[in-house]
Write a protein that binds this ligand. Structure first.
Ligand SMILES: *[C@@H]1O[C@H](CO)[C@@H](O)[C@H](O)[C@H]1NC(C)=O
Length: 414
């Protein structure tokens, strides 16, 4: 009797299950809305049951939600010249181009949408808040399209999203803070967009492995807590970041690669960079750094590439750097170095390259002229008093000898 009751119970639940699940879902989103905005905009109505043709049959409720989310997104796509999403019709969302299904992580009997990959799609449009319904998504890649607008705050509902790549689009506005609320995010790639303004410090307290910010219009300082980040790659390049590299960077023992190139960073190069014994790529080029290369650089035992080119650096290039065991490329061109220690004169290892052009090196070709060098090479830089300020270069001195004597051609250093 007990068993019969159980079977009866099961068959009743299976008849009503899809309906009660739907109701549960609707109730859940009424209680805890997916879209929360600080400025109290009206919540988006995800009560999508009304929006779907009742005669459509779906393998499971998650794919029904996905169908709704993708159809709503499709409405915001204005142009699809390469027909990337031209087969986004019908109930079989797993067959849609760029949509990838897997077994649900919490239920191997359910197929669910696990990935979106529309890279290089040339699609013009916006992201729909309804994408927050794809709660089993682990990968969202839409790089190299023409998406614009902002990132819907509902993306914080993507509880297992691991990779978020919206690079090479036309997104704009402030840093998309919603990414800070995507709980399991590891790979954040927002490079080549038009984001601007301030980088939030919370970015470096989040457990991310890769952070690509390059080619945007960020213009803040780099938050002091950068050293909290466990990331292996951080790329700040081609923005308008200003101020110092925070000293906390020395704590980043997972850091493989850090690129600061092409910003407005200033002050002295922090001694703490020398603590990055595992880092392979260190690029400080094209900034406004002044002073000397810190002696601590001699501890960069793992480094393969150092680029400090195009700054206002002075002093002698130290042998401890030129002889680092894994170094293959040391670029220090376009600074005001006026001396090379022993093994910096010429690379001693095959495959190792130095770029010493456009400095103030007395016996190397392709150097700056005396009038630009004179006021710089003797400049005394007190890093404490410089702080993080931008120190303009002194004016070139007047040419004293317009016809310097011809010297024999000196040897190059590479
Ligand atoms: C060394 O690095 C510089 C700048 O980072 C790059 O332009 C150059 O091509 C590299 N040289 C070699 C030989 O890899």
């Amino acid at each position: 009797m007990k068993a019969l009751g159980f079977i009866l119970f099961l068959s009743i639940t299976s008849i009503i299950s899809s309906r009660s699940l739907n109701n549960a879902f609707t109730a859940a989103i009424t209680r805890r809305p997916l879209v929360r905005t600080k400025d109290a905009k009206p919540l988006i109505d995800f009560n999508f049951e009304f929006g779907i043709n009742a005669r459509l049959i779906f393998p499971n409720f998650r794919l029904k939600k996905a169908y709704f989310a993708l159809q709503e997104w499709k409405k915001l796509i204005l142009s699809d010249p390469d027909n990337m999403i031209s087969n986004w019709d019908g109930v079989d969302v797993c067959s849609y181009n760029g949509v990838f299904c897997e077994k649900a992580p919490d239920d191997p009997n359910l197929k669910t949408v696990a990935g979106i990959d529309l890279n290089h799609g040339n699609i013009e449009g916006q992201l729909a808040p309804h994408l927050g319904l794809l709660t089993d998504l682990s990968v969202f890649h839409i790089n190299t399209n023409r998406f614009s607008g902002n990132i819907p705050s509902s993306f914080s509902s993507l509880a297992i999203l691991n990779e978020f790549d919206i690079s090479n689009n036309q997104f704009s506005g402030p840093f998309p803070s919603v990414v800070l609320n995507i709980p399991r995010l590891k790979y954040l790639d927002i490079r080549f967009n038009n984001f601007e303004g301030v980088l939030p410090p919370q970015l470096f307290d989040k457990d991310l492995d890769a952070i690509f910010l390059n080619h945007n219009r960020f213009s803040s300082t780099i938050p002091e807590n950068i050293g909290h980040s466990k990331a292996s790659v951080i790329v700040f390049a081609d923005n308008a970041f200003k101020g110092c590299i925070p000293k906390s960077i020395g704590q980043m023992s997972n850091l493989d690669e850090v690129i600061f190139a092409n910003n407005q960073l200033s002050g002295c190069v922090p001694e703490e960079l020398g603590m990055l014994g595992n880092t392979k790529v260190l690029d400080l080029s094209n900034n406004k750094f002044v002073g000397k290369i810190p002696g601590g650089f001699g501890n960069l035992k793992g480094v393969e590439m150092i680029d400090v080119g195009h700054n206002g650096l002075i002093g002698t290039v130290m042998e401890v750097i030129c002889t680092l065991p894994n170094l293959v490329n040391f670029t220090f061109s376009d600074n005001y170095f006026d001396g090379l220690e022993g093994k910096c004169e010429k690379p001693v290892k095959p495959g190792l390259v130095f770029d010493c052009r456009q400095n103030c090196l007395p016996d190397k070709p392709d150097q700056k002229d005396k009038n630009r060098c004179l006021p710089m090479v003797n400049r005394v830089i007190d890093c404490k008093s410089v702080g993080c300020n931008f120190l303009p270069l002194p004016k070139p001195s007047k040419p004293s000898n317009p016809c310097p004597p011809k010297a024999p051609k000196p040897p190059p250093c590479s």
